[in-house]
Ligand binder design. Structure first.
Ligand SMILES: Cc1cc2nc3c(=O)[nH]c(=O)nc-3n(C[C@H](O)[C@H](O)[C@H](O)COP(=O)(O)OP(=O)(O)OC[C@H]3O[C@@H](n4cnc5c(N)ncnc54)[C@H](O)[C@@H]3O)c2cc1C
Ligand code: SF4
Length: 487
């Protein structure tokens, strides 16, 4: 695999970014690709470690050492075939995945791990450029119909796999465009939307029907949905968490998802009435996760006066915490490209009040510093530290506090049971709900998660639907080898 001495000869090289002052002027992707010869060297750093832990680090079970080797050999088309045999959309994961595979790379024990995610992106971009990614409609149809509700990564992966198995697939999406959070959650500067359109064209040419502006259970009767032979629910976990703090109704306290969606719509040339802008404002983003980071990047592009971020949890260590040793996903401080563009980050801080003026406009935030009291066997307790109250000038507070779970409309109307965390109940590996012909996958089943998990669940659920409809399946699975169908 790779070059026997590759990991000794070559250091890890990552894509660079265009300078901050340039990239915040627009909403385009800003990575600077490495040259082909450099990517080839990066592939050769994969060291044939014997037991590739990266396989199990990747929720898709991507065949990482194999495609690294092909890249090292300059066999890009074979690399693309291998990559697509386990991952329907490497152009999404190659840009947006937090790459748990790299955290479990064996080389990572002593050196910088292999740059797997970037190699993945280069393979798929090369494949699109060379025209290797072509529609592959099934040779025969089974006569069975499947409805997929939701067109995020889980729904798209399920649809492509089921269509490949010969079923007639219709995807319902309530938004005006396909993509789920890839479309209207994740900002353009992390992934330009043409990347989704390019792939959706392939799916359409393979025979999948997309119906947008169709909100199942609202403007589309579930009776019609039940007419399909099987249904896969991939509606995401979109119930937003609020902040029940005095003054939260102030004009200027805005849900992050509204702020991000509006900006993407503007980039896509759609009309947005009364867009919330951060321009010349003191912005405070409450919540330190991916959504918060995306709000920071968007606020800086709007031209905010200041951008501050609050996180209620402690600041993670700069290096892998001993509590999360290799090959586990590390507890470690994450600094995103958006953070690098300018933000003052604060940890262990809680918002006590949103202060507004007489007209109801937000003017400031009152906070207090906190600590977490850990008592073995008990839930962690949040303790306020007396004397640390502070008032922060603020015209725009963005609530990026995560999601509490999926919306219940579909569960209520279809009679689907939920689990203790309010997710649609379907056993991992089986994906079947209490209604035998209805399956659930992605964030709707597992709660807010990652794109790579959504694709993985969509693929695996498709195999289970195929088994349910046909009694056998040739669709591949992470666990059971089927006939691999690539690209
Ligand atoms: C701001 C933000 C940034 C993120 N950044 C990253 C990142 O960088 N990397 C990463 O890996 N993950 C990221 N995530 C998480 C990732 O986007 C999700 O885990 C992933 O999109 C889940 O995919 P899904 O297909 O399960 O659901 P979703 O992508 O949420 O798609 C669900 C779709 O179902 C539709 N729908 C729901 N109900 C109905 C209905 N009744 N009828 C018709 N349609 C319906 C919704 O409109 C939506 O389009 C981010 C999330 C957010 C919010
Ligand atoms: S999908 Fe994510 S975890 Fe899997 S190989 Fe790609 S970057 Fe790694």
């Amino acid at each position: 695999m790779g070059k026997v001495t590759g990991f000794k000869e070559f250091e890890r090289q990552d894509e660079t970014y265009t300078p901050v002052a340039d990239r915040v002027k627009d909403y385009k992707e800003f990575t600077v690709p490495l040259k082909e010869e450099e990517i080839t060297k990066q592939g050769s750093r994969c060291m044939d470690c014997g037991i590739p832990f990266c396989h199990s680090g990747c929720p898709l079970g991507n065949l990482i050492p194999d495609f690294n080797h092909m890249v090292h050999q300059g066999e890009w088309q074979k690399a693309s075939w291998l990559l697509h045999s386990t991952n329907n959309f490497p152009e999404f994961t190659g840009r947006l995945c937090p790459a748990p595979c790299e955290k479990s790379c064996v080389l990572g024990i002593i050196e910088d791990p292999v740059s797997i995610e970037n190699i993945e992106k280069n393979i798929v971009e090369r494949a699109f450029k060379e025209g290797w990614i072509k529609p592959q409609p099934p040779k025969t149809r089974t006569g069975k119909t499947v409805a997929v509700v939701g067109s995020g990564p889980a729904g798209l992966a399920a649809a492509q796999q089921l269509n490949r198995a010969g079923h007639t697939v219709t995807v319902f999406e309530r938004d005006d465009e396909v993509g789920g959070l890839l479309r209207y959650g994740i900002p353009n500067f992390k992934m330009e939307k043409g990347i989704i359109d390019r792939r959706v064209k392939i799916l359409e040419a393979e025979g999948i029907t997309f119906k947008t502006n169709v909100n199942v259970g609202v403007n589309y009767d579930v009776k019609d949905l039940k007419a399909f032979d099987s249904i896969v629910l991939c509606g995401g976990a979109t119930e937003r968490r609020g902040l029940p703090t005095p003054g939260a109704d102030a004009d200027g306290v805005v849900q992050a998802m509204d702020f991000l969606t509006q900006q993407t719509k503007v980039v896509l040339g759609k009309e947005v009435k009364d867009q919330v802008l951060a321009t010349d404002k003191n912005v405070i983003v409450i919540g330190g996760g991916d959504t918060g980071s995306d709000c920071v990047g968007t606020s800086n592009r709007h031209g905010a006066k200041s951008v501050v971020n609050f996180e209620i949890m402690p600041k993670p260590p700069g290096h892998r915490s001993p509590t999360t040793p290799w090959p586990f996903w590390p507890l470690q401080l994450k600094t995103s490209s958006s953070h690098e563009e300018g933000v003052e980050r604060n940890w262990l801080i809680n918002t006590k009040e949103f202060i507004k003026d007489d007209s109801g406009k937000l003017t400031a935030l009152k906070t207090v510093n906190v600590e977490w009291k850990m008592v073995p066997g008990e839930r962690p307790q949040l303790i306020e530290i007396a004397g640390t109250e502070k008032t922060w000038p603020c015209d725009l507070a963005l609530l990026a506090l995560g999601f509490t779970g999926p919306e219940s409309t579909l569960a209520d109307k279809l009679g689907i049971k939920k689990d203790a965390r309010s997710n649609y109940k379907a056993e991992y590996g089986k994906y079947q709900t209490n209604v035998s012909k209805i399956f659930a996958a992605g964030d709707m089943r597992r709660g807010q998660s990652l794109i790579v998990w959504a694709i993985s669940e969509g693929r695996e659920a498709a195999r289970q639907v195929d088994l349910y409809l046909m009694g056998k399946s040739n669709l591949p699975s992470k666990d059971i080898t089927g006939d691999l169908v690539a690209m």
